[in-house]
Design a binder for this molecule. Sequence first.
Ligand SMILES: [Zn+2]
Ligand SMILES: [Zn+2]
Length: 256
Amino acid sequence: MRATLTVLGSGTSMGVPTIGCRCAVCSSPDPHDRRTRPSVMVEYGGHSILIDTTPDFREQAIRERIRNLDAVIYTHAHADHILGLDDLRPLTFWRDENIPLYASPDTAEIIRRMFRYIFDGDYKYGGLAQVELREFEGPLELFGARFIPVKVLHGDAIIYGYRFGSAAYLTDHSDVPPESIAQLQGLDILFLDALRKRPHPTHSTLENSVKLVEQIRPARAFFTHISHDLGHEETNTGLPPHVRLSYDGLKLEFEI
Ligand SMILES: [Zn+2]
Ligand SMILES: [Zn+2]
């Protein structure tokens, strides 16, 4: 079945421009250099699935005219990937059933703690997001498509990327173990973390991610979680033709 992936956000945790920064990329007039926090939306057969709810979710949803949402899948519970959860509210009110939020047990525990007012049951002020947290560990079947968790190392933490059909979305990784590389064979589209050129303890560098692309050999690769160290145009010039920095609003078609 044909599917569309939309990049809702391609920036690192602080976003680009970064508050208070006057560097060349933060002051760039190129719209590709404006990056909200990292998330993608996958649409197929009339359904929409979100991967992560960033602090910029409201802005992303308005920009992409998101009107309906069927599920959210989380990669991990860092603030830049979950803090937009409350902004799911308007998308949940008109539905008969709660929107399911899928997360690993570790991630679900942190989400439950951070958004206690939603999951506690004794909130008296109304207007809560009508959502339901569902823990999962193995592959997830959603509306005729399969989302397979792909383990990656984010510093010391094990977190998840996902493979769905001929595409995979990996964000926030400093290392991709060999068994995960094996899960990523025969891809049309691969998303990888590429924070910057200098090493970082919990994120991949541009150079390391290019090496991963050479190893995994997808037809096309896109980088995300990009910091203000990398200007869009200039960085793309130095990349192989099938590897590009992603950008907010990028839409890609693939087979799911
Ligand atoms: Zn992140
Ligand atoms: Zn993270």
